[in-house]
Design a protein. Structure first.
Lengths: 328, 325
């Protein structure tokens, strides 16, 4: 297993810091790549440059977050989705080209999210910052903060409709991912409520992912297993690791912890949450997981840098020790 | 086992808050600037303690009094008895203020390094000691001091202060000589081996005669990592370790560089397991960490990294990870 961090933009300074705190790799948003903001497709040259930049710092580019801006029509089930999906396919092919010398396991995964409500007005309004130990700022979610809001952005969307949209996308991109030898890692719906702002969530649970993999049983179709999301959802993340890990469906792991489950939970330090991170780590070794572990979200420590370096360092230190201590 | 933040010269609210946010419960203040001509006043020490406690933390130790509080004692010069009297006064005041530990050292030329260069992971800056370079140092301004003299000076000091510390319930904690080489600038560095550390606790047997176990320095002096784990068990099982500097290095004297906590020559899980299994109840602090890009001078982010790492190690050893030694 390896340690990964979210660099978001791939900035040089962050890569140096990532390496110094012992990370082996990092992810970026697709928009950090030349061409993506303009065309929703990165240039091959731009991606190769990003790859080189990571490798110059002895880091792997482990994941590329597609984001939602370029698949808005797909998520909302609108006709423009065909063009969008075509661009997603081009993006997959470009990643495959940029890593044609590498196996899929050593190439960046594409991180996908299928939550319909990305553009809900007011954003993720159930979220707030609350104070943790010593006044550290924590992310907190409480669905009751959203209760008065209208269904957004597209009224009510049934579970069947959400699955139709997911199916429409995956039946087009999974074959391309296979051909390009690039892996798709789908992130769970966060917050993992059954329904959020009127739209059903299909991928908010163990069952949702099992269905996704039944529908598209490709070796290139897997999950970004966010342990925090699974814990928030009331699932047993250790069982989720075991079930999907044994089936080689875990491509990427967000190794974070929470207290509470939907409708109200707080993101906390890994040693303070409801999930036993040591048990999670042991399970990951047991199933032979070889990908990255990413601390994902960070805490507001006083005087921290804009990239939350103190929080990130603490979390990476914690994960590193767990990983080294349990290594079989 | 508890975690703390140390190397805090100037106590301020931000540092105390930072400690709480990292999830540590103890503070070790390093040579605080307090009033006092040759000794520290009870009231200032009490204020220091209550200030830490007001932030929800414990003031576990003070590391080092100003060097000139007992320079004549180290050198064995006339006037040392007056200084010793003052040190005793300071120890009494520390005890009455409710601060459990006083860390100290007995080096004439202090901690020594010969370099600070970006050769650490990802270009992090690490301190380096190379004895070949240090050998060129001119002789110490007060002349040469051999092993015998230093042991005599130290024993004189220890015998004079330990009874007072014992009476007041203060544990004195000796830092080893870092780097642990026979001499620098003509001054003997007597606490350069595990044997010397053993001798210290035997000269004056007392629960108040303890060690500031700088694991970094110990790693610099031991030929094999196993000797380090053995030393941990030896001293912890005798209740001799007041607190630990939990850090690592890449090699031993005559040449070594400091490293990030997870990549040195010591298996930190085994070390933590040794403290745990021997029943260590004191505090572990980070001491110092490599200099990272975008970190502060004090190393907030490097310390955060080490604390996160130590938190997880403690969890692991308590859960039985690390196997038998």
């Amino acid at each position: 297993m390896k340690i990964g961090v979210r660099t978001l933009n791939g900035e040089e300074r962050r890569l140096i810091q990532a390496r110094q705190i012992g990370a082996h790799g990092g992810s970026i948003w697709a928009w950090a790549l030349p061409g993506f903001r303009e065309n929703c497709v990165p240039t091959l040259e731009g991606l190769l440059r990003m790859r080189q930049r990571f490798e110059a710092h002895d880091l792997l580019l482990t994941g590329i977050g597609l984001g939602a801006d370029c698949i808005k029509g797909q998520l909302l089930g609108r006709p423009e989705r065909d063009d969008e999906i075509d661009r997603v396919c081009q993006t997959i092919r470009i990643i495959g080209q940029a890593y044609q010398d590498k196996s899929a396991a050593d190439s960046p995964v594409i991180i996908l999210d299928q939550r319909v409500t990305y553009w809900a007005r007011g954003g993720w309004t159930g979220a707030a910052r609350v104070l943790g130990r010593g006044g550290v700022l924590l992310h907190d979610f409480d669905a009751s903060r959203d209760a008065h809001l209208a269904d957004e952005p597209a009224g009510q969307v049934s579970l069947d409709e959400v699955w139709d949209r997911i199916t429409y996308l995956y039946e087009r991109i999974v074959p391309v991912a296979e051909e390009a030898d690039v892996r798709l890692a789908t992130h769970p719906d966060d917050p993992p409520l059954p329904v959020y702002r009127g739209a059903h969530h299909a991928l908010n649970s163990f069952a949702g992912f099992r269905r996704l993999f039944e529908l598209f049983p490709s070796s290139h179709n897997g999950m970004l297993l966010c342990l925090g999301c699974m814990q928030e959802a009331g699932e047993d993340p250790v069982q989720v690791i075991r079930y999907f890990g044994e089936r080689n469906k875990v491509f990427y792991v967000h190794f974070r912890n929470v207290k509470g489950t939907v409708p109200h939970y707080t993101e906390v330090f890994p040693n303070e949450g409801d999930l036993d991170m040591l048990a999670a780590m042991r399970a990951l070794w047991d199933v032979g997981y070889e990908g990255v572990l990413v601390p994902d979200h960070h805490f507001g420590i006083q005087g921290d840098t804009e990239w939350s370096l103190a929080s990130r360092a603490w979390q990476v230190g914690y994960i590193t020790a767990l990983m080294q201590a349990t290594k079989p | 086992m508890k975690l703390g933040l140390g190397a805090i010269h100037e106590l301020d609210d931000a540092t105390l808050q930072f400690a709480r946010q990292l999830g540590v419960g103890n503070i070790i203040v390093h040579t605080p600037e307090l009033r006092g001509d040759g000794f520290w006043e009870f009231r200032d020490l009490l204020m220091l303690r209550t200030r830490v406690e007001a932030a929800g933390l414990r003031l576990y130790a003070i590391e080092n009094v100003p060097r000139d509080f007992y320079d004549k004692v180290r050198l064995g010069l006339p006037g040392r008895d007056e200084q010793i009297e003052n040190v005793r006064k300071t120890i009494r005041n520390i005890g009455r203020a409710g601060i459990p530990v006083l860390g100290y050292d007995f080096m004439l030329v202090g901690v020594w390094r010969t370099g600070y260069s970006p050769q650490g992971r990802g270009g992090a800056k690490v301190t380096i000691y190379d004895h070949e370079l240090a050998k060129r140092a001119p002789t110490f301004e007060m002349g040469e001091f051999d092993d015998e003299t230093m042991w005599a000076n130290y024993t004189y000091f220890l015998e004079a202060v330990v009874p007072v510390a014992e009476e007041e319930g203060v544990m004195l904690a000796l830092h080893p000589d870092d780097p642990p080489v026979p001499s620098i600038a003509g001054t003997a560095r007597i606490f350069r081996s595990i044997e010397a550390y053993k001798r210290v606790i035997e000269i004056v047997p007392s629960p108040a005669n303890g060690l500031e176990f700088c694991q970094g320095t110990v790693a610099e002096m031991c030929h094999t990592p196993d000797e380090v784990y053995d030393a941990i068990r030896y001293f912890v099982s005798r209740n001799k370790i007041a607190y630990v500097h939990f850090r690592s290095v890449d090699s031993t004297v005559p040449r070594f560089a400091e490293t990030f906590i997870d990549e040195g020559r010591i298996d930190m899980l085994k070390a933590m397991r040794a403290y745990h299994d021997a029943g260590f109840e004191g505090v572990l602090i980070v001491d110092h960490t490599p200099g990272m890009v975008g970190d502060t001078r004090w190393g907030h982010r490097g310390r955060a990294y080490a604390i996160g790492y130590m938190k997880a190690l403690i969890k692991c050893v308590r859960a039985g990870e690390g196997g038998p030694l």
